[in-house]
Design a protein around this ligand. Sequence first.
Ligand SMILES: Cc1cc2nc3c(=O)[nH]c(=O)nc-3n(C[C@H](O)[C@H](O)[C@H](O)COP(=O)(O)OP(=O)(O)OC[C@H]3O[C@@H](n4cnc5c(N)ncnc54)[C@H](O)[C@@H]3O)c2cc1C
Length: 297
Amino acid sequence: MLTTSPETWPEKVPLRREEPLSQWTTLRVGGPAEFFFEPGRPEDLAALIDRCQAEGIPWRMLGGGANVLPPDEGVRGAVIHTGGMRRVFREGDGLRAWAGATLPQLVRAAAESGLSGMENLAGVPGHVGGGLAMNAGTAGWGMWDPLEEVVLRLRDGDLISRTRGEVGPGYRDGNLDGSVVLEALFRLEPAPKKEIQARIESFLRRKRDTQPVTLSSAGCAFKNPPGDSSAGALIEAAGLKGAREGGILVSEKHANFLIQEGGGTSSEVVTLLLRMEKAVEEDSGIRLHRELVVWSA
Ligand SMILES: Cc1cc2nc3c(=O)[nH]c(=O)nc-3n(C[C@H](O)[C@H](O)[C@H](O)COP(=O)(O)OP(=O)(O)OC[C@H]3O[C@@H](n4cnc5c(N)ncnc54)[C@H](O)[C@@H]3O)c2cc1C
């Protein structure tokens, strides 16, 4: 039971109650968040988390909602959305970005500044904080690669600057261990703008050719297993390309993508994930690991 109403907290962070999370996920699923906060600055985000913890309110972070699956029944406590903190600043040959800057914004800012190193993120939706939490990227490259430092709020509330080596991210996993990304500095390389733009176009073309980028999805549902096989090829070989649960479809274009066809729910996604895991394990003996972050209520 709350002793104070969040509307009266001194932090004064914009708040909506019972906000439908389906509006904030790219797969368009998820029930309401009891409290939906949108801090405007990194220090407001840190102070808000301190306040939630002091008040005993469970909280979780939401960026672009491009790789997360909230439950249909919604979530208790606070969802803290980084969409209010979108700033990107030039710093020498680098870019400093707040956690809510979008990945397309970062790619564009680098290209317009004649700085190379972000092209691999072309066409990847999400925010800087979510991107670092997932170590978003392409095969063999993740967005921690060009990172010089990240400012984190650690579990215990300390604010600290860390390098990639100190955090130790892995494949599609930022290894944040409960820390929250407040802002990050990326060290980039000056390069001719035309070359940067050409690389961006090439990444976008590859995505358009191989992924259902115009449809509502949450990106790859599973990580690629170690070795040469891809999760998409394994799901296809197991016969689940085009499989459906209610309004959710396994993409015909890329079997690792789940598509919202209209009216699909989070529980239908989970049913399909379980079917895919079982089918692939029976077919190939390989156990898939989820990339999609499935929230509990
Ligand atoms: C069409 C499409 C294409 C995609 N292509 C790719 C691709 O090529 N490569 C790739 O890697 N991914 C891809 N994805 C997946 C997705 O874009 C990435 O995983 C992205 O990094 C998710 O960022 P987000 O801000 O949306 O995170 P969210 O989905 O909002 O959150 C993901 C996780 O990060 C946590 N989080 C969010 N903000 C913070 C923060 N500030 N601090 C700590 N934790 C935080 C959340 O709690 C959650 O656990 C694609 C998705 C779509 C829809």
